[in-house]
Design a protein around this ligand. Structure first.
Ligand SMILES: Nc1nc2c(c(=O)[nH]1)N[C@H]1C(S)=C(S)[C@@H](COP(=O)(O)OP(=O)(O)OC[C@H]3O[C@@H](n4cnc5c(N)ncnc54)[C@H](O)[C@@H]3O)O[C@H]1N2
Ligand code: MOO
Length: 514
């Protein structure tokens, strides 16, 4: 079947054109392409992009234009054996007429369509820098991270070595009875907790134990302490303090500070300035998937004051196997996990839309609401206007707000489904680009985001007249922090994006938008 498909596609490639190939399945078709054309996986001219469809394409290797051939289900009615095979309705052993049917059908069951391959799939990938993996010692593409993908845990082989190591601990670690440990240095902070009152290290890492400590240690219930004999293969193990400090250095980005030495094996992060706390949640999750390490933080997009505690990280065991340490670090290598972004004091222009407001039939209630919300962030309203529901008036209004020096434009209402809801069109006429309309937030489903030149635009639906907290409260801090909001960012807000409408609103100390 693959042979007929390659043959049919090849007939549509003009003589002399050098072509590459894509197979949309890893089954059968790549074999036919490699046997019948110069395109192979090895020479990089055949790509398998597993879309789960029985189809292939051949295309001009420079221009990307070509032909796609697929199994056309409409044409399969006359060929029951082929249909049975395709839908896997019978065991292969019972499909005795399949080959004969394929031969008789030939290209009759195939469909073709012209295609243009997108730029990222045209041409050969660039030459990559190759590095040596510090764990397995083999060569790998440096872009994969600090260690190779095999050692990052993507390999298909069972490797329980490090897990066993993690549980066993280092071979040179010995527990001594406290009375036998006089004069030795403690290997870690020892925590004392007075329930409900305090939790702090009573003894510090590196502290020498003397006779006077004996009683205190026993009162704390410590009968044994860890000491090191000389056999610890240092290179195989990383102490909890060294691990936590290395993680902290890699995790802290702009506006985030941490201080050493770690306390009880933990490093805490604090805000070096007031602003919006942002965490790289996906990489943080990958980090936390590794056993032997942890990191916990505030929710991303929390507004924080200077000195506010943001996060903490530590190794779980006293000594972390070096392999686990590097696996954890390799996740952090792509950049910091935590930042505190400063929030600018925007110059805000407010455009209230609505015929009934413009004509004075209904008194405007939106300007004071928007004003008080933006002013709570130190922003200034440079001008506010009320215009009717007409595209020209809206776009002229926007121009006048820009002239007044607004760099954040807030429009209100006119965002729903009535014929008079023309705010979106008015904004487009005023030159709005990168428009996102609709958000998975309740209240605030009809929210609009866009920009006009360098000015940010947010369209606030009328629900913000009634509800205390809406999409506007969730998105305004991000706009002021200069964060680009894409559709995917809005999509993430859906889970947690339903306001509980409490009688007394405690936002932002509630799960709304988290
Ligand atoms: N059939 C549908 N109805 C509604 C939908 C929908 O998808 N299908 N969406 C609902 C949602 S969600 C919201 S939120 C509102 C959005 O309304 P708009 O933003 O389009 O607002 P308007 O229709 O222009 O006005 C609604 C209401 O609010 C009063 N209003 C508006 N601006 C002011 C102001 N500055 N001061 C005082 N009062 C104001 C206006 O007079 C209307 O009574 O639509 C839902 N409906
Ligand atoms: O934009 Mo509307 O809030 O969903 O009420």
């Amino acid at each position: 079947m693959g042979g007929f498909m390659v043959d049919l596609a090849g007939k549509h490639i003009p003589e002399g054109v050098l072509f590459d190939a894509i197979s949309e399945t890893p089954k059968d078709i790549p074999d036919a392409i490699q046997l019948l054309t110069p395109c192979t996986m090895g020479n990089g001219r055949l790509k398998v992009i597993n879309l789960g469809r029985y189809a292939l394409s051949l295309f001009d290797m420079h221009e990307g234009n070509g032909i796609r051939v697929f199994l056309d289900l409409q044409k399969l009615h006359a060929w029951p054996e082929i249909k049975t095979w395709l839908f896997q309705l019978k065991a292969k052993i019972d499909q005795d007429k399949l080959l004969e049917e394929i031969q008789r059908a030939g290209p009759d069951i195939l469909g073709i369509q012209p295609i243009q391959v997108c730029a990222e799939h045209i041409g050969k990938p660039e030459r990559r820098r190759i590095a040596t993996c510090i764990l397995c010692g083999e060569a790998y593409p440096a872009q994969d991270g600090g260690i190779c993908r095999g050692c990052q845990g993507e390999g298909p082989y069972l490797n329980t070595g490090d897990q066993e190591k993690l549980h066993a601990g280092p071979p040179g670690l010995k527990a001594l009875a406290v009375e036998d440990a006089m004069g030795k240095e403690l290997l870690h902070d020892l925590t004392q907790i007075i329930p409900g009152k305090s939790k702090k290290p009573a003894f510090l890492h590196g502290q020498q134990i003397n006779i006077g400590d004996l009683c205190r240690l026993q009162q704390m219930g410590r009968r044994h302490v860890y000491v090191l004999d000389d056999n610890l293969p240092e290179s195989d193990w990383v102490h909890e303090n060294d691990a936590a400090l290395a993680f902290a250095r890699a995790m802290a980005g702009e506006g985030v500070s941490f201080s050493g030495p770690p306390r009880e094996g933990k490093v805490s992060f604090t805000a070096a300035r007031s602003g919006l706390f942002v965490a790289e949640t996906e990489r943080m999750e990958r980090f936390n998937l590794l056993s032997g390490v942890m990191c916990a933080s505030l929710k991303s997009y929390t507004m924080v004051d200077e000195q506010c505690t943001l996060a903490g990280t530590r190794a779980i065991p006293l000594f972390l196997p070096r392999g686990d340490f590097h696996r954890a670090l390799s996740i952090l290598q792509k950049g910091p996990l935590f930042r505190v972004l400063p929030m600018r004091k925007a110059r805000v222009g407010v455009l209230v839309t609505g015929n009934e407001i413009f004509e004075g039939l209904v008194e405007d209630k939106f300007i004071p609401i928007i004003m008080s919300k933006v002013e709570s962030f130190g922003c200034t309203v440079v001008r506010s206007l009320i215009v009717p529901d007409a595209c020209d008036d809206i776009s002229r209004g926007i121009e006048s707000l820009l002239q007044a020096g607004a760099d954040l434009l807030v429009t209100t209402a006119g965002l729903s489904v009535d014929p008079d809801d023309v705010t979106r069109r008015g904004l487009a006429d005023a030159g709005a680009t990168d428009m996102l309309y609709g958000a998975p937030i309740l209240p605030g489903a009809m929210t609009l985001l866009a920009r006009i030149g360098k000015a940010q635009v947010i369209g606030v639906p009328a629900c913000a007249l009634y509800f205390k907290t809406t999409s506007f409260d969730l998105l305004l801090p991000r706009l002021l922090a200069g964060i680009t909001i894409e559709r995917s960012d809005l999509a993430k807000l859906g889970h947690g994006g339903l306001c509980m409408e409490c009688k007394t609103c405690t936002y932002p100390k509630c799960p709304f938008g988290r």
